[in-house]
Design a protein around this ligand. Structure first.
Ligand SMILES: Cc1cc2nc3c(=O)[nH]c(=O)nc-3n(C[C@H](O)[C@H](O)[C@H](O)COP(=O)(O)OP(=O)(O)OC[C@H]3O[C@@H](n4cnc5c(N)ncnc54)[C@H](O)[C@@H]3O)c2cc1C
Length: 380
């Protein structure tokens, strides 16, 4: 039997951020993940600068052997419609490859790793969890993404009763000749909203890689929407015609639609397991990182003393950071009639795209980074 203070199920950005902070706060942490790392994760791989700040990442170290594409702007428009280019003087985001990023964060965390080992069973008695019959922990953290088994254990109705967004995506390595024929600017991510504004497609170029995908608030006709988006990009000569896509799909919850519990007995959920992705953009990495950091702070206190009060504080801190969950699930975009027509016009309006779509809803520039390390010598 192996012992630890905290067992984190899932080594994605939520789990590794929590592990990183907890290790610096002196806890014995183990991360269990069913995949061997590096592993891939379906994602556009776009991260906001607040994440780098929150995790105190050394970009020079990171970019030495990994893809890190600074983004200095976005094109915003409609699928098959006109678009507008919004440009910024400084990098306002970065494009990374999840296989590299997640592996880097997990190794840097300094936790004991159990990789290639799925969560199979858990029992709780006398204040202790026993997981897979071989790991004993005082606290269990669910960071296993949308289908996290710990979320199920805490009562989440995975899948069936939930209104998830669904997305399909592909990340392709281009040959030098294809790179030359690719009209997607590396520093300019592209967002194309669906005609009903119930989702959007994206095109991001990072190094030799091209990432194309489309997500919608329901999976109704998703494969057709993705195919027509891809075909349109090729027909316009925007991406090389000889790239052959094999899209893969995944689902996850937007914050306003999620009814998942955040805490349980000696346990809590972070990241997609808790359903924390931003409503409008679907950005999930920042809330995953931030929830992991918030959780680490309360778990340190839980290990030191009053477990129920500390866990309850995680709920309070999450509400303060991500907002109160609405009483009834809401849609990110509840539009119709004139609102849809106005929205279709506005997505390619330069002022609206910069200030409302990008600054407020995609970049969350008004929300400063969490900095748990600031002034705390344990992080040095
Ligand atoms: C197509 C697509 C594009 C996206 N693009 C972006 C984007 O550009 N920017 C952004 O911010 N967000 C994006 N997101 C959302 C983002 O990918 C997620 O919100 C983010 O990965 C959540 O991180 P996490 O650590 O909670 O979960 P994950 O990254 O999903 O990590 C969960 C981990 O748990 C492990 N696990 C699962 N089940 C078990 C088990 N039974 N036992 C052990 N381990 C298990 C998995 O192997 C995995 O490593 C996108 C999502 C999709 C689907």
């Amino acid at each position: 039997m192996e012992n630890c203070d905290v067992l984190i199920v899932g080594g994605g950005p939520a789990g590794s951020s929590c592990a990183w902070a907890l290790r610096r706060l002196g806890a014995e942490v183990m991360v269990l993940d069913r995949s061997e790392f590096p592993r891939d994760k379906l994602c556009a791989g776009w991260i906001t600068p607040q994440i780098i700040d929150s995790l105190n990442l050394d970009l020079e170290d990171y970019r030495r052997t990994r893809v890190l594409q600074p983004l200095r702007g976005f094109n915003s428009g409609l699928v098959d419609g006109r678009s507008v280019a919004v440009r910024y003087a400084e990098p306002i985001s970065y494009a990374i490859r999840r296989c590299e990023f997640d592996d880097y964060l997990l190794r840097r965390a300094g936790a004991r790793l159990r990789l290639g080992a799925a969560f199979e069973s858990a029992g709780f008695s006398a204040g202790t969890w026993v997981v897979n019959g071989s790991i004993r922990a005082r606290i269990l953290v669910g960071a296993g993404g949308h289908f996290c088994p710990v979320a199920r254990l805490l009562g989440a109705d995975l899948g069936k009763g939930e209104r998830a967004i669904t997305a399909q995506e592909i990340e392709l390595e281009m040959t030098p000749a294809q790179c030359e024929r690719c009209a997607v600017e590396p520093q300019q991510a592209e967002l194309y909203f669906c005609a009903d504004l119930e989702g959007y497609g994206w095109c991001v170029r990072k190094g030799n890689y091209l990432n194309v995908g489309l997500g919608r608030t329901s999976n109704h006709r998703l494969p057709e929407a993705v195919k027509s988006f891809w075909d349109g990009l090729q027909a316009r000569g925007h991406i090389p015609g000889d790239l052959v896509p094999r899209f893969k799909g995944h689902a996850y919850l937007l914050y306003g639609d999620s009814r998942r519990p955040l805490i349980g007995e000696h346990s809590l959920l972070i990241g997609d397991a808790a359903g924390l992705a931003y409503d409008f953009s679907g950005e999930g990495i920042r809330p995953a990182v931030e929830s992991g950091l918030l959780a680490a702070g309360v778990l340190r206190r839980a290990l030191d003393g009053d477990m129920p009060a500390a866990l309850a504080d995680y709920e309070a801190q999450s509400a303060a950071r991500f907002g109160q969950r609405p009483a009834a699930p809401r849609r990110a975009l509840e539009l119709g009639g004139w609102r849809t027509r106005a929205g279709r016009f506005l997505v390619s309006n330069a002022v609206f795209a910069r200030h409302v779509i990008l600054d407020r809803n995609f970049l969350h520039r008004q929300t400063v980074a969490l900095r748990p390390w600031e002034g705390d010598p344990r992080y040095m």
